[in-house]
Every structure is written in structure tokens, then in C-alpha cells.
Design a protein around this ligand. Structure first.
Ligand code: NI
Length: 178
């Protein structure tokens, strides 16, 4: 178990396309997932992708439990997702504020697909398949983008809606980063 350093925007690993996991149930994969969980908990994040701790493999974790600090945040089941595949359902998009542990202190409005199906595997290789909407779908898109070297500012069409969290939301806690 270890809390790892979260790489920040500008680090070349964050721009790489991560490679698929080929073997499940290995000590290496278990350790990676544990380190990601420890790091996400330490940073109080909503999600984390392996490249953010310098491992260019297709593993993401995410989850949001009810938190009195963020009464408006929708709950998202805690999930370890390996080799994810995302299929968008419908054409609908919606804007929402995002933050990222690799872009600390900033928030921006990002259009995302409203509804999608995601599939993949847990760390043991057991299949996962779910339909997600709203904030859950947003978190999945944000995390899976990390596996393709994409950070949320690269998805922003309107840079006037990008700024420092404490300036945008003075005295307010807008929720966890991912
Ligand atoms: Ni992120």
C-alpha cells in the first residue's frame, strides 16, 4: 500500500495512449490498484487513472459516496475498471464543471455525452458492464480520456469558463476532483 505522487499536466506520461492489461489477478495489478485506491482516498478524489501515477496501463478507478461536503454530488458506485470500452448511447450532450487531480486548483466546463454503456473487467478479470448517465457517465468519460492521453481542458470549447476553483467558487466547495 502506498500513496503515490499524482503527475501534473505537462508530464509526458499523461499524454500517452496507455497499453491494455494482458494478465489479471497478478501481484503487479493488485499493487497498482491498491496504490491507486490509497492515492485517490488521500487526495479525496472521485476517480483516478493509472497514468496519473505514472503507470501507462488501461486501469481506472472511480466512486463517489454520499458526502455531506457535497450534498449535490450524485453517488457513483466504487469501481475498478480495467481495459474499459465506452459506447455512447444517443447524441445528447451536457455541460458540467470538472476538476482533475492532475490539473490542481482549476475547474472548467466540459461538454460530455449524457448517457453511455461501459464495459471492461475488474482486477480479477471478471467482466463488468453497466449503463450510466449524468455525473456517473461524466466521471467515466473523464477517467477513460486519461487512458488516451486526454486531459479535460483539451475538451473545453469555451476557455472563458476555465479558472481557479477558489476564485470561481469563493467560500464554496464544488466537489471532488478526478
Ligand atoms: Ni483527471
Amino acid at each position: 500500500m502506498a500513496i503515490r505522487e499524482v503527475l501534473r499536466m505537462g508530464h509526458p506520461v499523461l499524454r500517452q495512449v496507455a497499453r491494455p492489461v494482458e494478465r489479471f489477478g497478478t501481484p503487479e495489478l493488485d499493487r497498482l490498484v491498491e496504490d491507486m485506491q490509497d492515492t485517490m482516498a488521500h487526495e479525496d478524489g472521485a476517480g483516478l487513472a493509472a497514468p496519473q501515477i505514472g503507470e501507462s496501463v488501461r486501469v481506472v478507478i472511480f466512486g463517489v459516496t454520499a458526502n455531506p461536503r457535497y450534498p449535490d454530488a450524485e453517488e457513483v458506485p466504487f469501481t475498478v475498471l480495467v481495459n474499459p470500452v465506452v459506447t455512447f448511447l444517443g447524441e445528447d450532450m451536457e455541460d458540467g464543471w470538472e476538476g482533475c487531480l492532475s490539473v490542481p486548483g482549476l475547474r472548467g466546463v466540459v461538454p460530455r455525452r449524457t448517457k453511455l454503456r461501459y464495459s471492461g473487467f475488474d482486477a480479477r478479470g471478471r467482466p463488468i458492464e453497466r449503463v450510466a448517465e449524468g455525473f456517473h457517465a461524466r466521471v467515466v468519460q473523464h477517467e477513460c480520456d486519461h487512458l488516451d492521453g486526454i486531459l479535460y481542458p483539451m475538451r473545453m470549447p469555451d476557455m472563458s469558463r476555465f479558472g481557479f476553483t477558489d476564485v470561481l467558487f469563493p467560500g464554496d466547495d464544488p466537489g471532488p476532483d478526478d
